[in-house]
Unconditional design. Structure first.
Ligand code: SF4
Length: 249
């Protein structure tokens, strides 16, 4: 199908099938869901987590292992862009119970410290884990996609001098909770196509603190390195599980 700007645009069904197949591959490849899992889906109101919630709700109807899902929205003391009521209505229409908790991310800063993405993510992740443990959820589903994972790999190599990424399944040693990333094999453009076709892309994050982040810079470097090629991005992703130690110092 041709889009308004002349490029190829998948139909709703094509975009949905594409996303559903890639999440199915990730769920199977990394054994993300087991019988009786109680999964807490972190929802921000953005395209990634909304698409993730939709997909997990749809798969609940036929996935071989039975699982339960609930959505949790973390409202910070600086973000007012999310359209929570509309998001919760959407989630309810897919049969997902949703709750919101307030986390004073800035209010928790120690004197003299300034706000940054690392602090924000750590505070929100801690609240997700605490909520999951208190409510008996054993998994937390996050909406990170393949581009996020490859960006993290590049950030760690460039700024930490370390080869490490973001795991599709992360088991915490000290908590009875794991993190799963069912969108790990989906490229951002595929999530955007799906979310746009479904009409739930509007609540984009307008956070003022993320504008100059290193991630933004790495995203631009990566775009020029790969030219946006899916094959090259997927090769970078695959390289994380295809390490030839004989040729590394
Ligand atoms: S961009 Fe804003 S909301 Fe996102 S992690 Fe950074 S500070 Fe938090």
């Amino acid at each position: 199908m041709r889009g308004p700007r002349g490029g190829y645009h998948p139909s709703v069904k094509e975009a949905e099938n594409q996303l559903a197949k890639l999440t199915e591959s990730a769920l199977r490849r990394y054994s993300m869901i087991e019988e009786g899992d109680r999964i807490l889906v972190a929802v921000s109101g953005g395209k990634d987590s909304t698409s993730l919630a939709y997909d997990l709700a749809a798969k609940r109807r036929w996935w071989p292992a039975r699982y339960e899902i609930r959505a949790l929205h973390i409202a910070t003391d600086f973000c007012s862009c999310c359209k929570k009521t509309a998001l919760f209505d959407l989630l309810a229409s897919w049969g997902i119970e949703a709750l919101s908790i307030d986390v004073p991310v800035i209010g928790r800063l120690k004197p003299g410290r300034s706000m940054n993405c690392y602090w924000c993510s750590t505070q929100r992740r801690t609240e997700l884990i605490l909520y999951a443990m208190a409510e008996g959820f054993n998994k937390i589903a996050l909406g990170h996609h393949l581009d996020d994972i490859v960006e993290t790999l590049m950030m760690n190599m460039l700024y930490k001098g370390q080869v490490s990424g973001m795991l599709p399944v992360l088991k915490y040693g000290k908590y009875p909770v794991s993190v799963i990333r069912p969108l790990a094999l989906c490229e951002e453009r595929q999530v955007i196509a799906f979310a746009e076709e479904k009409g739930f892309r509007s609540a984009a994050c307008t956070c003022p603190y993320g504008r100059d982040s290193k991630r933004r810079e790495v995203r631009e470097r990566l775009a020029s390195l790969t030219g946006g090629s899916s094959r090259l991005k997927r090769n970078l992703f695959d390289s994380m599980s295809n390490v030839n130690g004989e040729y590394l110092p």
